[in-house]
Design a protein around this ligand. Structure first.
Ligand code: SAM
Length: 243
């Protein structure tokens, strides 16, 4: 069986270097969740990673069940948000999704699933878990994510004690592949290397509202949760199950 994405080193590099996405998305998501906060209900976060968005949600007063497929990410989340209601493994699309008053997820966790069929299955599981009056807020990479990056073949970032280099490819219109190498400084000053390949499935996000509607959730696709500017090809799906 394939190891989960985001082993220890890449999880730490994500935590140290990629918090900007949660910083961007948090204000819009907090606004969407305002009615949920008023009811004191519990928020389920999927693909919570190291807890970067979770931190915002808990600071705003939400009770959050933060979940992810990567044990290494969850270890970091336990340090980032020790005051979350729960931090636990939930691997989509097959793990049971607890009934929730709100379900949120950023960083396109569902695009990590094997194929479009699995991604649809995860969306249906989330829709079915949403209680009446509940709010859904997710981001997803569209097919446009790949077409917008056909000419971008590599990239890299460097921090104080870490670095990452990545090779990108779009082998077919519905696949986005990143081959990433991380470097982290050990306590004795030496550096260690690790490698991960991430295969993302890209979908026509425009068809998601019809799928969710079949399961009682009214949703719209957008380019932002609030006023933030998100990368080209990333879509937001914001939905609600009527009372
Ligand atoms: C790009 S990271 C985003 C993490 C975090 N939401 C953030 O914005 O910092 C994508 C996350 O999706 C998680 N993920 C990947 N496949 C998953 C699956 N099948 N079920 C649940 N989470 C998954 C990864 O472990 C990772 O934490």
């Amino acid at each position: 069986m394939q190891q989960p994405y985001y082993q220890q080193d890449l999880a730490l590099v994500h935590h140290l270097g990629y918090g900007f996405h949660a910083d961007l998305c948090a204000p819009g998501i907090l606004e969407l969740l305002r009615p949920v906060l008023a009811r004191g209900s519990e928020v389920l976060e999927i693909g919570c990673g190291s807890g970067l968005l979770t931190r915002y949600l808990v600071d705003a007063g939400h009770r959050v069940r933060a979940t992810d497929a990567s044990p290494a990410m969850l270890d970091l989340a336990r340090e980032t948000v020790p005051d979350a209601e729960a931090i636990e493994v939930l691997v989509l699309p097959d793990d049971p999704v607890p009934p929730s008053d709100a379900i949120v997820g950023i960083g396109h966790a569902l695009n990590y699933l094997h194929d479009a069929e699995s991604l649809d299955r995860a969306l249906v599981a989330l829709a079915n878990a949403l209680k009446p009056g509940g709010v859904l807020a997710l981001d997803l990479c569209d097919i446009e994510w790949g077409t917008a990056r056909l000419d971008v073949t590599n990239g890299g970032r460097v921090g104080e004690d870490w670095a990452i280099v990545a090779l990108f490819s779009v082998p077919t219109p519905d696949r986005y592949v990143r081959e990433m190498t991380t470097f982290l400084r050990n306590d004795d000053g030496t550096w260690r290397r690790d490698d991960e390949r991430h295969d993302n499935v890209l979908i026509d996000v425009g068809r998601v509202p019809a799928l969710l509607a079949e399961h009682g959730v009214e949703a719209v696709v957008g380019h932002a949760f609030g006023n933030e500017e998100l990368p080209v090809g990333l879509r937001t799906v914001v939905g609600r199950r009527p009372e």
